[in-house]
Design a protein around this ligand. Structure first.
Ligand code: ZN
Ligand code: ZN
Length: 334
């Protein structure tokens, strides 16, 4: 098969991704072999490719928004058969035995492994996924529309949960890319008022088209105080900006896996009155299944930009340069 690998992490325009020939992987015990049909492009893929995240598997194939078809099953797999539609996402495996797993916080498992970082992901003709962490996908939504739901959608949903937004609450979204525009649709469907704060003008138009109440610049004040906010932009300097926009008791959740340094916080204006700052780490399988069910019920749709899988580096450069709104999806043409 053909697969993209991260040769040596570095700026994407310098060619750290290389297309190679390698054997089709064998599904291990409990794993599915997946023929990749589409794979979403997530900012984390850029962090893996450029080395913002440390190398966990040299020569790894990125990609963790995989929509495909089961092509084979490993030993001990039941309930899956060749031809089934399947999704593989970021959380690939947990130990199931640590204190976090046992209390239902498997997203915090120190023994967790991630698709496209610890193991080869979906920028390839084939990949594997542990059956226990694979998602069943609806039959009536096409590959391109589904792919971004599998990370951007799920992580945006967990971030929304982390804001503990009260019913009918006022939500601020800082940054409006792949994850935020899906999160906004869930929040709106659940009755929230959504304000978007982002520097990108095309994203502000998309926000208003989706029904958000306002769309302003990233450093602007929203038109009303916020009960909850989510920082999607990987920009630590926006943390105090967003905290100041919160109402008393408001919660700011930081959705990114990577954030530039947060400046010094001023307690009185940015944290007092029981404002809270929370991070978001990966997701549980329950978050994933709940989100996919809600997305189907609410008709959540990703704004997508298809690229051939053979042009994965161009998709990553375009993501880095902010050349599209919504989410890029690679279609397997290898
Ligand atoms: Zn664990
Ligand atoms: Zn992701």
């Amino acid at each position: 098969m053909r697969a993209w690998v991260v040769d040596r992490p570095g700026p994407v325009e310098e060619g750290p991704l290389r297309l190679v020939e390698r054997p089709v992987p064998e599904p291990g015990s409990g794993e599915l072999l997946v023929r990749v049909r589409a794979c979403g492009v997530c900012r984390t893929d850029l962090h893996v490719t450029e080395g913002d995240l440390p190398v966990r598997r040299p020569g790894v194939t990125p990609g963790h928004e995989v929509v495909g078809v089961v092509d084979g099953v490993g030993a001990g797999v039941s309930g899956w058969a060749a031809g089934d539609r399947v999704g593989a996402a970021w959380l690939r495996r947990t130990d199931g035995t640590c204190r976090y797993c046992l209390r239902g916080d498997e997203n915090l498992c120190p023994g967790s492994e991630y698709t496209g970082w610890d193991a080869d992901g979906g920028y390839a003709e084939y990949t594997t996924v542990p059956a226990a962490f694979a998602y069943r996908l609806p039959a009536d939504v096409d590959d391109v529309a589904l792919a971004p739901l599998l990370c951007a959608g799920i992580i945006g949903y967990r971030a929304l949960l982390r804001t503990s937004l009260p019913p009918g609450g006022r939500l601020g979204l800082y940054g409006f890319g792949g994850s935020a525009h899906l999160c906004a649709q869930v929040a709106l469907a659940q009755g929230a008022t959504v304000h978007v704060l982002t520097r990108d003008e095309a994203s502000r138009r998309l926000a208003l088209d989706l029904g958000c109440a306002s769309a302003r610049g990233a450093h602007d004040q929203p038109p009303e105080p916020l009960d909850g906010a989510i920082l999607f932009a990987p920009a630590g300097e926006l943390v105090p900006v967003a905290l100041r926009a919160l109402d008393r008791g408001g919660v700011l959740a930081v959705a990114g896996i990577h954030l530039s340094d947060v400046p010094v916080l001023r307690y009185e204006s940015e944290l007092f009155y029981e404002k809270e700052l929370r991070s978001v780490t990966s997701n549980t399988r329950d978050n994933g299944r709940d989100f996919l069910a809600l997305a189907a019920r609410y008709g959540v749709r990703a704004t997508t930009h298809p690229y051939p899988l053979s042009e994965a580096p161009r998709a990553l450069s375009d993501l880095k340069a902010g050349r599209f709104d919504g989410a890029a999806v690679l279609l397997n043409d290898l």
